[in-house]
Design a protein around this ligand. Sequence first.
Ligand SMILES: O=C(O)CCC(=O)C(=O)O
Ligand SMILES: [Fe+2]
Length: 367
Amino acid sequence: MAPIPLSPISVGHIDDVQEIRKAKPTSIPKRFIRNRAERPSLSTISPLSSSSTIPVVDLSKLVKGSGDEFHREISKLAVSCDEWGFFQVINHGIDLDLLESIEKVAMDFFMLPLEEKQKYPMAPGTVQGYGQAFVFSEDQKLDWCNMFALGVEPHFIRMPKLWPKKPLNFSETVEEYSRETRRLCQKLLSFIAMSLDLNKDTFEDMFKVAVQAVRMNYYPPCPRPDLVLGLSPHSDGSALTVLQQGKGSYVGLQILKDNTWVPVQPVPNALVINIGDTIEVLTNGRYKSVEHRAVTHKDKDRLSIVTFYAPSYEVELGPIPQLVNENSPCKYRRYSHGEYSKYYVTNKLQGKKTLEFAKIQAQNYSS
Ligand SMILES: O=C(O)CCC(=O)C(=O)O
Ligand SMILES: [Fe+2]
């Protein structure tokens, strides 16, 4: 077995959910069973589950659209960011074969024997490698999910060294996918800036060489989907997140809107985009990151491929001056993205709690 880095964190034994599933248990280990209030069956789920609930933005109309068409689409983008924090993007320009390939290499990876996957283990307190992230104690509830996460710096991917049997074309596919999602994020951020009446290069100029990471999430079927969560409620620490829902996967992503969990119905060939904590801070709360979670299914599995796009670690962040005024006083302090990132990965996923790190305490401003 590969050496596990020394860590002061004691998280106890973490069962691998795919292995639990293989054993076909009739009950599931206690560490996965949520407290009543957190169970998906007991929280409200919106009866509105058509794809029209999450706005759909047509990127080609923003890139090539003329006058009216462009303005209509940019207003739609503004409403999506303002009211939802989530939207699906169609005509995004990423080759559909590449979307298929990344799913294939991800799935091939998850289907490897456990010993192979564990050659690149996720050490407690880190979010790189294979396993369960964001686990910090022995009594913390576990997610019904296996993750494989890779840091994708601008020009290289930190790939597992001890990994001779990785799926064919894994590195090449992840690299190409990351280049494409980077381009997509850059375009989207320029339109998001325009939707706020900011210069289109505002975010890109500020981010320097953006950092990027990709996380593959695999949720095997669960005998008791009513008792567990696939992924705990959280907002993303990124600026923008691009989420690809695997073809043929059940509908498992839910976002919290007006205190109701709304399922995100996949739109064919679309990518789900969400606003991360960093954009919330930069826009002084105008475009908010939104809490989301994943639930599981009794018979079906689910794959998601998630790209996090964020500023370079040394970049100092804080609300953009044009978005701070008498009606919208400064709500967040200044800090570097590296500081936030470190705080994010060393705390458990708990709704939007991580963002408290950036908030100026209520008594210090009037809103
Ligand atoms: O699997 C999903 O749809 C949710 C994934 C997610 O929110 C994340 O990885 O941050
Ligand atoms: Fe997320």
